[in-house]
Ligand binder design. Sequence first.
Ligand SMILES: Cc1cc2nc3c(=O)[nH]c(=O)nc-3n(C[C@H](O)[C@H](O)[C@H](O)COP(=O)(O)OP(=O)(O)OC[C@H]3O[C@@H](n4cnc5c(N)ncnc54)[C@H](O)[C@@H]3O)c2cc1C
Length: 391
Amino acid sequence: MQRRNVIVVGAGPVGTVAALACARHGLSVLLLEKEDRIDDSPRASTTQPPTLEILAELGLIDEYLRVGLIARTFQFWDRPTLELVAEFDFARLQGETAYPFVVQTEQHKLANMAIARLRGMPNAEVQMGARVTGLSQDGETVTVNTEHQTLAADYVIGADGGRSTVRKALDIEFEGYTWPERFLVITTKFDFQAAFGCCFRNYMADPQEWTNLFKVAGDDLEGRWRAVFNTREDEKDEEALSDAAVRARLSRIYVPERERDYLHLNLYAVHQRVAKNFRKGRVYLCGDAAHVNNPIGGLGLNSGIHEAWELAGLLNRALRGDAVELDAYEGKRRPLNIKYVQEQTIANKKRLEEKDPALRERRFLELKQMAQDPQRHKAFLIRASLLESSR
Ligand SMILES: Cc1cc2nc3c(=O)[nH]c(=O)nc-3n(C[C@H](O)[C@H](O)[C@H](O)COP(=O)(O)OP(=O)(O)OC[C@H]3O[C@@H](n4cnc5c(N)ncnc54)[C@H](O)[C@@H]3O)c2cc1C
């Protein structure tokens, strides 16, 4: 049995970055993915400055920028009145990062890019259609079972998403809760920027039903918009996905009747959960396998990539014989996820859905004042972009 330094389970954006980072350290790496191809349904796209710094270190940044859209600003809107409440500008982060902007690049592009690099490296192997079914370990070796083979590694990184087989095999609790509503993503070619002058990242508050509105490049680089809505708690999936309900939702974000055709629908359950442990023995959890959150603010995937990067460095040092504290990863990353990802995404959601008129006004006023005060504006961006947590 060929033994690898590291086996990474799951070729999502986090697993592929973890595998590429390990391979670039010179470690022997095997990446296992259960699907035959990378899922390209609309999911994350917002890439924050510290994540762009990591992609630059991995040699991916030029390609990444080429297939994405640069978004320097994001805006808060009052949806019922279509009033712009506040705008935040990443240009204020000049000097703090080489990338004072966000890039909207769909996550499947990152995974495919990293896989292409891995395929060109002699110390890396990628197996698609290889579902991990279980694993076991002793003090020296982790044994990984797929449907067709038994594999061995010094360390395993479980980056196999929210329903992680690795997490379940380790019997690690996924603490937290699931929101009662679901989120619906409508992809459309309607040009919201031309229609009402918004930017590429917009958060639209409404006590009845809020909307996040983003522009992405698309595989054809022609551009398209994703509008994310909450469903009603009692709304059935069939109703939310019905043509009439979708068109009604588009009407509520000011799309004229003749322009309400759409390209794609995606309805999904949303959770706030953090694994009780990020490591057991020689097996680590990373990305959605370790934590899930609502996507408002674009933080979950970014934090997963930061973990992948850090973990690859830690395992490299351990495998080279440096004295490293293997628990340092969990000791640092778990509290960071709770403070910067769970707390912020929950606050972001509350801000959009606030029903109390007085509190709603107060939140809008806070945003306006923050945007107008240069110091608070910058401090807000440093936190919201995960620069604070990654420093
Ligand atoms: C609609 C939507 C919008 C989002 N928007 C944002 C955003 O704007 N910003 C942001 O930061 N985050 C966002 N997120 C969250 C983001 O998509 C996830 O955080 C991200 O996909 C996590 O990446 P991952 O690599 O950890 O897991 P995944 O992308 O779930 O990848 C896991 C991989 O493991 C594979 N796998 C699973 N089980 C096995 C097994 N047993 N054996 C082998 N392979 C296996 C899967 O097939 C998959 O390829 C969004 C999520 C959704 C649903």
